[in-house]
Design a protein around this ligand. Structure first.
Ligand code: EPU
Length: 338
C-alpha cells in the first residue's frame, strides 16, 4: 500500500493540482483498511487514470487509486480483470490472444475499473456491451458485491455507478465476455475503409489488425497524451428532439453549413458535438495556455502544459454559450468536474 500526504493528483490534463492525501492499494483487504483508517483526511475520492476528470482546485481529502492488477483469461473468452489494469494494456493483451471485443476500444486512456463506471466507448462498441459482471466493494457495508451488467444501467457514457450509486461502490474487478469467433466491427464511420487502406482487404482480419487501425485513427485525430494534455472528449454528444434537430437544420440551411450529421437512436437524434463546435468556429482555436484541438474540436487541450483548471473552464463556458446561442443546444461536459 502507498500513502502520500500533500501529493500531486495524476491527471491527463497536466494540471498541477494536489490532494491532502493520495493512497494506492493492491488488494481488497488493503482498500478496506484504508476506508477504516480514521487518520486519513476525508472525503475520499476514487480515481482511475485521471483521464476523465477536471480537478478545479486542490482536493482536501484522500484520493484513492486501485493497484489491483491481474488479468485472467479463460479459453472460452471469459475474462476477469483487476480494476487497476491499464485499459489499453488489456486491449493489447486480448488482441494478442486473438479474442474479439476490445480491439475498437484500443488506446482509450484509463483503467479497467473506470471503464466499467464510465462505460467508455468508441467505433461502435461500448465497455457495457462486453461486461457481464462488476465486482465492487460496497463502501456502506464494506462487503463485496458482484453486480450483473443488467443492473448497471449502461447507456451512452452512463452507468448506475455514475448515477444513483455514485460514491457507494468501488469497482475492484470486471468480468467480460470476449468472443473467440470471428467478429470484426467495421461499420462505424470510416473504420472499414481504414482497414482496407491499411491491409488491402476486409477479409481474414485479426483483432490485432483492427487494433492497429483504430490506433492509427486515434493518433490522427487525438492529441498525443505525452505531448499535449487533455481529457479526451470534453463534451458529450447531445441527443435532441425532432423539433430541435429541425431548428439546427434551419440554421445550417440559412448559414450554408452543409448537411447536419446526425444519427437516429432510441434516446433521440444524436448530433456530433464536434460538428456543432466546429461550426461555431472553435476548431483549432488557441487562447494563451489552452485551446480546442485542431483535428477534433471535442477535445480541449492544455497547449503549453502551463494551463490552470480555470482557463479550461473559461474556454468551456465560452464554447457552451456560443453553441447555445447559435443552435439552441446546451452541451454538457463528459469530463467530471471535481
Ligand atoms: N466531426 C466534425 N468535425 C471534426 C470531427 C468530427 O464535424 O473535426 C463530426 C463528423 O460529422 C463526424 C462526427 O463528428 O462524422 C463523429 O466524429 P468521430 O467519429 O470523431 O466521433 P465523435 O462523436 O466526435 C466519439 C467519442 C470518442 C470516440 C469517437 C469514435 C464521445 C463524447 N466521444 O467522438 O471518444 O473516440 O466517438 O467512436 O462520444 C473520448 O471519449 O475521449 C473519445 C475520444
Amino acid at each position: 500500500m502507498k500513502i502520500i500526504f500533500d501529493a500531486p493528483i495524476p491527471n491527463t490534463f497536466g494540471f498541477s493540482v494536489k490532494a491532502a492525501c493520495f493512497a494506492e492499494y493492491a488488494s481488497v483487504e488493503e482498500l478496506i483498511e484504508l476506508l477504516r483508517d480514521d487518520s486519513l483526511p476525508r472525503p475520499f475520492f476514487h480515481i482511475g487514470g485521471g483521464s476523465n476528470l477536471l480537478f478545479t482546485r486542490d482536493f482536501p481529502g484522500t484520493i484513492l487509486h486501485s493497484g489491483i492488477c491481474f488479468t485472467e483469461i479463460a479459453g472460452d473468452g471469459v475474462v476477469r480483470v483487476g480494476a487497476g489494469v491499464v485499459w489499453d494494456e488489456l486491449c493489447e493483451n486480448l488482441a494478442t490472444e486473438g479474442l474479439w471485443g476490445t480491439e475498437n476500444l484500443s488506446l482509450i486512456p484509463g483503467e479497467a475499473g473506470a471503464a466499467a463506471v464510465q462505460n467508455i466507448g468508441a467505433y461502435g462498441i461500448e465497455a457495457g456491451d462486453l461486461i457481464t459482471e462488476v465486482e465492487c466493494l460496497d463502501t456502506e457495508t464494506l462487503e463485496l458485491a458482484v453486480i450483473p451488467a443488467e443492473q448497471c444501467q449502461y447507456g451512452y457514457r452512463a452507468s448506475r455507478f455514475k448515477g444513483e450509486w455514485k460514491g457507494r461502490y468501488i469497482v475492484t474487478a470486471v468480468r467480460l465476455q470476449l468472443s473467440p469467433d470471428y467478429s470484426p466491427r467495421l461499420t462505424y464511420g470510416h473504420v472499414g475503409d481504414a482497414v482496407e487502406a491499411r491491409f488491402g482487404t476486409l477479409e481474414d482480419l485479426t483483432p490485432m489488425m483492427l487494433r492497429e487501425t483504430v490506433i492509427d485513427i486515434r493518433h490522427g485525430k487525438l492529441p498525443e497524451p505525452s505531448e499535449v494534455g487533455s481529457a479526451g472528449s470534453f463534451f458529450r454528444n447531445p441527443f435532441v428532439s425532432d423539433e430541435c434537430y429541425a431548428a439546427v437544420e434551419a440554421v445550417a440551411a440559412r448559414d450554408n453549413l452543409g448537411p447536419v450529421p446526425h444519427f437516429a437512436s432510441p434516446e433521440g437524434i444524436k448530433i456530433p458535438a464536434a460538428w456543432l463546435i466546429e461550426k461555431c468556429g472553435w476548431k483549432g482555436f488557441c487562447d494563451g495556455n489552452v485551446g480546442v484541438w485542431k483535428h477534433q474540436p471535442l477535445v480541449l487541450v492544455n497547449l503549453t502544459g502551463k494551463a490552470s483548471p480555470s482557463e479550461i473552464i473559461s474556454l468551456e463556458e465560452r464554447i457552451v454559450s456560443s453553441v447555445r446561442d447559435r443552435f439552441g443546444i446546451i452541451l454538457s461536459p463528459e469530463v467530471e468536474h471535481v
